[in-house]
Design a protein around this ligand. Structure first.
Ligand code: DX5
Ligand code: ZN
Length: 216
């Protein structure tokens, strides 16, 4: 069973409440919230005050993806604002082990993310402790980009390592360019959660697209 986490980056920000309620009714398992700081990635999105308001109306878990420099300085703010799952980029943090423990000590699931060019070997000492790994299958910063095929091998290698260390329960989240055409091979490679923004929000029927992604 694969989980679907629509990325609200592709929602209508003027009608965010409407879109969140509609996407939840359409079958979203988690809501994926992309946080960008204009430094780690060339785009700016939402901060803690907006997340706090989303938390007031959302019924599904908030999966917050920090694409920011020095994420360790910000984890408490995003947890206070309502993150249920909090993922940060290992390229942006010198003390990833400490940040994972800090997130978990607040009762929140901790995830680490890798850019497409980052070697999965860098996860060796994190796989025994994290709750999820988010594989970026586009260069982060924008919705609507094409899936980078080379990331399939990375997903496979992370799934294999998790199996070897007896931690297959760790979620493998794949984010970027996921659609109904490529979802099957991504799940075959080992993904347990599919993040999808434009493929869902730009489709005619959000419900049908989510159902198609789920039953793949
Ligand atoms: C990209 C974000 C993604 C993005 C996915 O930096 O992390 O979550 O919103 O959007 P699509 O599915 O359109 O690639
Ligand atoms: Zn994301």
């Amino acid at each position: 069973m694969v989980f679907i986490a629509p990325s609200i980056l592709s929602a209508d920000f003027v009608n965010l409440e409407r879109d969140i309620r509609t996407i939840e009714e359409a079958g979203a398992d988690w809501l994926h919230i992309d946080v960008m700081d204009g430094h780690f990635v060339p785009n700016l999105t939402i901060g803690p005050p907006v997340l706090r308001r989303i938390k007031e109306i959302a019924t599904q878990p908030l999966d917050v993806h920090l694409m920011i420099e020095e994420p360790g300085k910000w984890v408490d703010d995003y947890i206070d604002a309502g993150a249920d799952r909090l993922t940060f980029h290992i390229e942006a943090e010198n003390h990833a082990d400490r940040v994972v423990h800090n997130i978990q000590s607040r009762g929140v699931s901790a995830g680490v993310s890798l850019n497409p060019a980052t070697n999965p070997e860098s996860l060796t000492y994190l796989l025994p402790i994290v709750d999820q790994v988010l594989v970026m299958s586009v260069n982060p910063g924008f919705g609507g980009q094409s899936f980078i095929g080379s990331q399939l091998c990375k997903i496979e290698s992370i799934a294999k390592k998790l199996k070897e260390i007896g931690r297959s329960e760790v979620e493998i989240v794949v984010d970027g360019g996921v659609n109904t055409k490529n979802a099957a091979m991504i799940v075959d490679a080992g993904a347990s959660v599919l993040v999808s923004g434009s493929a869902i929000f730009k489709s005619e029927s959000w419900r049908e697209t989510i159902q198609q992604l789920k039953t793949i």
